[in-house]
Write a protein that binds this ligand. Structure first.
Ligand code: MN
Length: 251
């Protein structure tokens, strides 16, 4: 039996020195990769380079850490949204460096969720640093799970918040850096296994002292297999199935 494709549901392929090579690597390695972007202006290049790929999908994004600078690209975001099923990186960041733009971030995030709800069928990769409650409230109020699906990227909420996210229909994309503490490993063990995906958040995470590349998810799969008491191959197959269910037929 051929092994299941690897899944990297949050990777910034356009931030690697050689974007085209990074995409080629995903194609050759059969790594299903969501290429998230950080500004709407980055979209056209991403769309062009992934228009005929089998394993790479580009997402239209407006990163919360860049909202203070690029909120004026929201109208561009709106005009591009019909061109893609995938949206990200979007969300909220209330960390010390970005707290000042939080109200503006909330307005932008809410608007994006409303646009996605209206369009229907979108799949979103969402950032929620120090703003889990606000992210879940905004999803709850603006994007019913029947109108779009949310994948929470690098989620660090409490168990109660995770349960709420599960009830809202959210998935979780998990990277190796999230599983280094035993507290967090326990937290992950409480999530439904069928809601888990893997991600690298490359090039912002590291493996063996170098920036992660798309598909560097084997360490994460090994940890998840250990946490859930299953084999690496079965965990890999589970994540591929989860992705299949998330995307339905039209990927
Ligand atoms: Mn990211």
């Amino acid at each position: 039996m051929a092994s299941s494709p690897l899944v990297d549901f949050h990777c910034h392929l356009d931030l690697y020195p050689d974007f085209a090579q990074a995409v080629k690597r995903c194609e050759e390695g059969k790594i299903f990769t969501l290429a998230v972007t950080t500004t709407p202006r980055a979209w056209s290049r991403n769309q062009a380079i992934t228009s005929s790929t089998q394993y790479v999908r580009a997402a239209l994004g407006l990163h919360p850490q860049l909202v203070a600078q690029y909120a004026n690209e929201l109208s561009l975001f709106e005009s591009l949204l019909p061109d893609t099923r995938y949206v990200g990186e979007i969300g909220l960041d209330a960390g010390p460096q970005h707290y000042r733009s939080l109200e503006l971030q909330k307005a932008v995030f809410q608007r994006i969720l409303q646009l996605c709800a209206k369009a229907g069928g979108k799949v979103l990769s969402v950032h929620s640093v120090r703003a889990v409650k606000a992210v879940l409230d905004t999803i709850d109020q603006n994007l019913p799970s029947t109108h779009g699906r949310v994948v929470l990227h690098w989620f660090t909420g409490s168990r109660a918040e995770a349960r709420r996210a599960v009830d809202l229909g959210c998935y979780f994309s998990i990277n190796a850096a999230m599983l280094t503490e035993s507290k967090r490993r326990f937290w992950v063990s409480c999530l439904p296994i069928e809601r888990l995906l893997t991600e690298t958040d490359g090039p912002f995470t590291h493996v063996d002292g170098r920036p992660s590349q798309s598909g560097d998810v084997n360490e994460t799969l090994a940890s998840l297999a250990d946490i859930f008491g299953t084999s690496h191959a079965e965990m890999r197959a589970q994540v591929a199935r989860n992705l299949h269910v998330l995307l339905g037929n039209g990927s």
